[in-house]
Design a protein around this ligand. Structure first.
Ligand SMILES: [Zn+2]
Length: 322
């Protein structure tokens, strides 16, 4: 999982507040241009970093609900420039795995780290919007503070590097011919006790261990089907995907840990269906399509296509004959 410190933007002045303030939504943006309102929001934004850092007490609840809900409106119905910024944060981050759980899929949702349902004033604050996978979303939901553990439930991937030290290990064994997956999660040596407790709570609240079990069962079926239908040499493929880190049993995400677990055991590899490659299919008999007009290329293709079009043009409709 990746530390997203590069995604952290200046909270004040907030570039996204400026986008909302400059929008054409006259009635709403006029509110944001009022000096007292701007001061109110920038006061909140200025305190955001401290709010995230204070993990042992719950954040102060929203006070000016009407004004706060105004920000929620800008998130739910953003003007064009703000909508572009939101879309970029949701999709253009270059992440190959969820920064909150290690799910090896490109995260395509935005999580309000301080849930917008309880703290709507942070609805469009960039640092409160974290890329997250769709499987984390229902577990995180509108939760933030855990009264039982007396601390924030989740670790913010932009404000803490703790999650980046998490490593997954999956030991695969066979019982009655069926695979069993033993999941171990570790952190880098030297991680503080506080960070370890926070990581454990974070991963537990997101049900990460249970979700890895489900992932392994599905992944096993997926690769078995690939072996059956495509004749993949699973050992060669996994070694290529894992690369030089094959010497370490740990993976930075679930897929890496799964592949390494399979590669460590010859019986497991055989059970997954290591098979010789199938003979390649014969080349298909095809004819290239050639287009006329600008950008057309190829041997006299344009001219021929033009003549062909003339021949196939339907005759002009004449007057109806009785
Ligand atoms: Zn996730």
């Amino acid at each position: 999982m990746k530390h997203l410190d590069a995604m952290k933007l200046a909270a004040t002045p907030c570039a996204w507040y400026a986008k909302a303030k400059g929008s054409k939504r006259k009635r709403q943006s006029e509110w944001l241009r009022r000096a007292a309102v701007e001061t109110y929001f920038h006061g909140h934004y200025g305190a955001f970093d401290q709010t995230i850092a204070t993990v042992n007490t719950p954040p102060a609840p929203s006070k000016q609900r009407r004004l706060d809900r105004l920000m929620l409106e800008f998130y739910l119905h953003p003007p064009q420039t703000l909508d572009e910024a939101l879309r970029n944060r949701r999709h253009e981050h270059g992440l190959g795995e969820c920064p909150s759980c290690g799910n090896p899929l490109m995260p395509d949702t935005l999580d309000h780290f301080l849930p917008k349902e309880h703290w709507p004033e942070f609805s469009i604050l960039p640092n409160n919007l974290v890329p997250q996978c769709r499987d984390c979303a229902p577990h995180k939901g509108t939760r933030y503070y855990c009264g039982t553990n007396m601390r924030a439930m989740f670790v913010h991937p932009m404000y803490s590097a703790a999650l980046a030290s998490v490593r997954f290990r999956i030991d695969v064994s066979l019982h009655g011919g069926r695979p069993q997956f033993a999941i171990k999660i570790s952190v880098k040596a030297g991680t503080s006790d506080t960070d370890m407790e926070r990581i454990k709570l974070h991963l537990a609240k997101l049900h990460v261990r249970e979700r890895i079990q489900t992932f392994c069962v599905r992944h096993w079926s997926h690769w078995r089907e690939k072996v059956e239908t495509l004749g993949i040499d699973i050992e060669v493929m996994f070694q290529g995907l894992v690369g030089p880190t094959v010497t370490s049993p740990n993976g930075r995400n679930w897929a890496m840990a799964f592949m390494k677990g399979v590669l460590r055991d010859a019986d497991v590899l055989a059970a997954l269906g290591k098979k010789p490659l199938l003979a390649p299919p014969p080349p298909e008999d095809t004819v290239e399509l050639v287009w006329d007009g600008p950008g057309a290329t190829g041997r006299s293709g344009g001219q021929q296509a033009g003549r062909s079009e003339k021949r196939t043009r339907p005759p002009k409709a004449g007057p109806a004959t009785p």
